[in-house]
Design a protein around this ligand. Structure first.
Ligand code: PMV
Length: 325
């Protein structure tokens, strides 16, 4: 009863920002992402009859506390589905992603865990079923089931049965690149979960954010199908700024940005003035991701590495969906 799965992280170009149901993780808007080749999690789940509780190890270190509870609570869902409620597992994960610094390690982490655990316990789930299930571990992981561009449809039903991701274009459709600009590997102070909640409950800008999503989505899907890089970048960058604006207007206000976040944003805008098409997006953390085209890779990397405060630049192509090893 053992299986290993690999899942890649994804970066949202139209952000998921806010829940209508915290427990089932049902969002208030559709989101759309690019799955990345360079960042992934590999997870082995081994259910063993003689275990009295789950055991979870990340990058060779035992994990306790909140992160452990999140994993066991999620395994409970899978045990219930398989009707094997007293079967516990050894879970070993390896992250090729800086954990919890805005590189969405929870997306690749939960997608790999879902695929490995369901396979190990003998459930044979479709991609749609995997996406719907992993959503309950981490919302953004619903999109990591697919390679390339994927859209998480918020759905309408209260039980979440119609809230899962669908593929928009595979990793082979269009070679757009993304640079992960690493500024700090420190754990963030406000989790995406807490940040979303405060924003939904208190930000007067939240309503405007929600109203703007359908237009952003239809425009970006057209840009993807037409391979129109300028449109893609403009919509993604503006969508990211709108998301971060909602948190600046929350009570109390907060931001995930640090000084070097803003320096990188300005550098990207300067690149465009010099004729290099590049656009940024930022999640619930200080690090910046930069969208660019392959022919500008060398220039983009060199310029980003020179920005004060940048500790690393990790380049990535579009990546594949979840797979079993
Ligand atoms: O799924 P979570 O709880 O890691 O939330 C992710 C939220 C953002 O990264 C900010 C946006 C997104 O759509 O991935």
């Amino acid at each position: 009863m053992k299986a290993t799965a690999k899942a890649h992280t994804n970066i949202a170009l139209i952000k998921y920002w806010g829940k209508r149901n915290d427990e089932l993780i049902l969002p208030t808007n559709n989101s759309l992402s690019l799955t990345l080749d360079g960042f992934y999690t590999t997870t082995t789940v081994d259910f063993q009859e003689d275990l009295k509780e789950d055991y979870f190890e990340l990058d060779g270190e035992p994990v306790m506390g909140e992160a452990y509870k999140r994993v066991t609570a999620f395994l409970d869902l899978i045990r219930r589905m398989a009707d094997k409620e007293d079967l516990f597992a050894r879970v070993k994960s390896y992250n090729q992603v800086p954990t919890a610094a805005g590189f969405a390690s929870s997306a690749s982490g939960f997608a790999a865990l879902t695929a490995a655990a369901t396979k190990a316990i003998g459930l044979d789930l479709s991609d749609t079923e995997l996406s719907r299930l992993t959503r309950q571990g981490s919302g953004s992981s619903s999109r990591s089931i697919y390679g390339g561009f994927a859209e998480w449809e918020m759905g309408e039903k209260e039980d979440g049965s119609d809230s899962y991701a669908v593929p928009i274009a595979s990793e082979n459709h269009w070679d757009v690149r993304m640079a992960g600009v690493v500024l700090t590997s420190k754990m963030k102070k406000i989790s995406s979960r807490a940040g979303m909640r405060r924003t939904v409950e208190t930000s007067p800008f939240y309503e405007g954010w929600l109203k703007s999503i359908p237009e952003d989505l239809s425009q970006i899907k057209k840009a993807i199908s037409d391979k129109d890089f300028t449109r893609l970048g403009e919509i993604a960058e503006a969508n990211c700024l709108k998301m971060h604006a909602t948190s600046l207007a929350a009570k109390p206000p907060f931001t995930y940005w640090i000084d070097s976040t803003i320096r990188v944003m300005q550098q990207v805008q300067e690149m465009r003035e010099q004729g290099i098409p590049a656009y940024f997006t930022i999640d619930a953390g200080p690090n910046v991701k930069v969208l660019y085209l392959p022919e500008y890779e060398e220039q983009v990397e060199r310029i980003l590495r020179e920005v004060p405060g940048v500790t690393d630049v990790i380049l990535s192509k579009p990546g594949p969906g979840v797979s079993y090893l």
